[in-house]
Ligand binder design. Structure first.
Ligand code: EPU
Length: 304
């Protein structure tokens, strides 16, 4: 089952089977309740909600590649928003039971880049997703991401202009090579290749000691609260500080020159090239900081 294919690494041997690409269409608005078919292009859904209907709730998710039906699977998120904030229900085909089911948001098992759909990868086919958006008279949702707040000139927690929020996110994403540009190899990637590690408080303390030992007392790894007793740190920072700086690599697969978390194809990279780089980075980070990075893209016929 294939959505947009933008978060996928397929082994060089290909896939010996039938691939079904979801290409359904549908965009239905009932007040502020938006239901979209799984095959709709996600970035176009955001554009229509924001630009045509002035609705807030997914504006910070502009420019993310892939299909709308893929968004609940890994609880797509960026710049302080994630789809779990606004999804009210997901209609999916349950291949095990052989029936169509309506899953309310509370039963979707949403967590950082995770859901029950991702937990049971061969079970559900997402068919439709419903979001509860909001009409804020041209204002955005509260701006939660510090970098976005700075760029919009508002304090974190304040609202900005809705269209400006979308524009700003598109600019920030472009600056990080996260918007596909056929001319720019820095953008030939599956986005973030690793998820940001979530550590228990004990693991975090051990990690900080390791950072101090290696980089000195002034090193400050990013740390964000991630639920009861959990701390999220930054994979990009770990990669950078383990010595894999922007543009690292000499072969056909290299780190993006704009963001260390994107593994890019410089034109003729194979999946094997990409995975060799991913393993080198994963091994280097584990050795330097004792943290094992986990891949974000779905792997078909290959493993890290
Ligand atoms: N950093 C570096 N070197 C770099 C880039 C970043 O050290 O080359 C450090 C900086 O300290 C920076 C921190 O990493 O403050 C975080 O970077 P950034 O704000 O770009 O966010 P991220 O954690 O790397 C996540 C998502 C992105 C999403 C952005 C913005 C994951 C795995 N990635 O990246 O999502 O766009 O936040 O919200 O959660 C994706 O999932 O494919 C994706 C692009």
């Amino acid at each position: 089952m294939l959505g947009g294919g933008s978060n996928l690494v397929i082994g060089d041997a290909g896939f010996a089977g039938t691939v079904l690409r979801v290409a359904t269409e549908g965009f239905a608005l009932d007040g502020t309740r938006l239901t979209v078919a799984a095959g709709e292009v996600w970035s176009q859904v955001v554009d229509r909600a924001v630009l045509d209907h002035g609705l807030a709730g997914i504006e910070f998710l502009a420019g993310i590649p892939g299909s709308a039906g893929a968004t609940p699977v890994q609880n797509v998120g960026a710049y302080g928003q994630e789809v779990a904030d606004t999804i009210t229900e997901v209609v999916a085909y349950d291949r095990r039971a052989g029936e169509t089911v309506t899953v309310p948001a509370a039963d979707c098992g949403f967590a950082y880049r995770h859901s029950r759909f991702k937990a049971e990868p061969d079970r559900y086919v997402v068919l439709r997703v419903t979001f509860r958006l909001s009409d804020e008279d041209g204002a955005s949702s509260p701006v939660r991401y510090a970098e976005a707040a700075r760029a919009l000139g508002v304090a974190p927690g304040e609202r900005a202009d809705l269209c400006a929020a979308r524009e700003t996110v598109l600019k920030l994403r472009s600056g990080k090579g996260m918007v596909l540009d056929p001319e720019d190899h820095d953008t030939w990637s599956a986005g973030s290749f690793f998820t940001n590690p979530i550590l228990t408080e004990a693991e975090h303390a051990a990690f900080l000691a390791r950072v101090t030992e290696r980089l000195g007392p002034d090193a400050q790894p990013p740390a964000y609260p991630a639920g009861e007793g959990l701390v999220k740190t930054s994979a990009a920072w770990l990669i950078d500080k383990a010595g894999f700086t922007k543009g690292y690599g000499a072969g056909p697969a290299r780190l993006s020159g704009k963001h260390t978390l994107a593994l890019t194809n410089r034109g003729a990279a194979t999946a094997a090239d990409l995975l060799a780089l991913a393993r080198e980075v994963q091994g280097g980070v584990a050795e330097a900081f004792g943290v094992t990075l986990v891949n974000e893209p779905v792997m078909v016929g290959v493993e890290l």
